[in-house]
Design a protein around this ligand. Structure first.
Ligand SMILES: NC(=O)c1ccc[n+]([C@@H]2O[C@H](COP(=O)([O-])OP(=O)(O)OC[C@H]3O[C@@H](n4cnc5c(N)ncnc54)[C@H](O)[C@@H]3O)[C@@H](O)[C@H]2O)c1
Length: 316
């Protein structure tokens, strides 16, 4: 039996990863540490709560981390402030959790001789590109306080591999979608607005491109990196599903049988990255490729929100 500390496990990707682990690695004992910010919800773990240990706490709180990390062979840090728009209005929260929180976890990880430390980062650390794709060797050029603080956190994490020999690996994935995503992110916002026959807000002209990765594919990638990644490695996790935001909106409307006239262009976000694109040859060579086709994954995600109104109604 090994014990794994999953921070931020009550958020979108974290709760999907907890389910993935319970299904595929049932021998692993799971401890979730989550502050339950607006984005973290116990409802996300409701039906698996009896199979895990849940601790409400802050990754910046040294005392809490000091208490629960001993005995955990593996630490996977999903905990973060994650919404770009919020990082523009309240950057301090992002620097605190995404940099200081990572530091606190790393300090305790080295004290406890943790065997594996996986830092979940993002493709946003590379910034935007009009053409070509970023490899793991590309320079970091983050545009928002969110992506800059994520870059700070992962650089610190990798320095612990070099300086202290901590077994740290970093994944940088593209935009995730799927069930349990907080309804402030693009896909759930569009689904809920369409359901209510309200205008679907699209920044600028809707030409910004994101590479959409189904959360289940990302969970499989993280699991693989956990077993095959080496100390100091960075692993891009992309999907090859580069879609302009306007097309995401149109696909959702088509599936929901709603008119495209609901689309409403709104003033662009400051520093809005035009396009993210990853070269993910490294993880492909490790034996991973995404299984979920974008249209299928998008339709099933829309159906999940339609079937789970009680989940999103209190927070939408
Ligand atoms: N969602 C994406 O498309 C995407 C893409 C690439 C990388 N990522 C990264 O994946 C991770 C998870 O993203 P997500 O979309 O699930 O985010 P989320 O906002 O849905 O969840 C974040 C979770 O972290 C918790 N949290 C926040 N601050 C905390 C703190 N100080 N201490 C303890 N817990 C805290 C929240 O309560 C929440 O449960 C983040 O690190 C994010 O940067 C996300």
């Amino acid at each position: 039996m090994t014990r794994c500390l999953i921070t931020g496990g009550a958020g979108f990707i974290g709760c999907n990863f907890v389910r993935h682990m319970l299904k595929h690695k049932p021998e692993t004992e799971i401890v979730v540490l989550d502050k339950l910010t607006y984005a973290g919800r116990l409802e996300n773990l409701e039906e698996v709560m009896h199979k895990i240990t849940f601790v409400k706490g802050d990754i910046c709180d040294r005392e809490v981390v000091h208490k629960i990390m001993p005995g955990c062979e593996t630490v996977i840090n999903f905990a973060a402030e994650s919404h770009v728009d919020r990082s523009i209005t309240s950057p301090e929260d992002f620097v605190r959790t995404d940099v200081l929180g990572v530091f606190t976890l790393l300090e305790e990880a080295r004290r406890c001789d943790v065997e594996r430390f996986l830092q979940i980062s993002t493709d946003e650390v590379y910034g935007s590109t009009v053409s070509g794709s970023f490899s793991e060797a590309s320079i970091l050029d983050p545009s928002s306080p969110y992506s800059a603080s994520k870059a700070g956190g992962e650089l610190l994490a990798r320095s612990y591999a070099k300086t202290y020999g901590l077994n740290v690996t970093v994944t940088r994935s593209s935009n995730n979608y799927g069930p349990f995503q907080y309804p402030e992110k693009l896909i759930p916002v569009l689904v809920i607005k369409a359901l209510r026959n309200q205008p679907l807000p699209i920044y600028g002209k809707g030409t910004n491109v994101r590479d959409w990765l189904h959360v289940e594919d990302n969970c499989k990638a993280i699991d693989l990196v956990l077993s095959k990644g080496k100390a100091g490695d960075i692993v891009n996790v992309g999907s090859g599903n580069e879609v302009p935001n306007i097309d995401v909106a149109k696909l959702i409307l088509r599936h929901m049988k709603k008119p495209e006239s609901l689309i409403k262009f709104v003033e662009d976000r400051p520093g809005h990255d035009f396009r993210y694109s990853l070269n993910w040859d490294r993880i492909r060579k490790m034996g991973w490729k995404p299984k979920v086709k974008f249209e299928d994954g998008l339709n099933s995600t829309v159906d999940w929100y339609l079937a789970n109104e009680t989940w999103w109604k209190p927070i939408a």
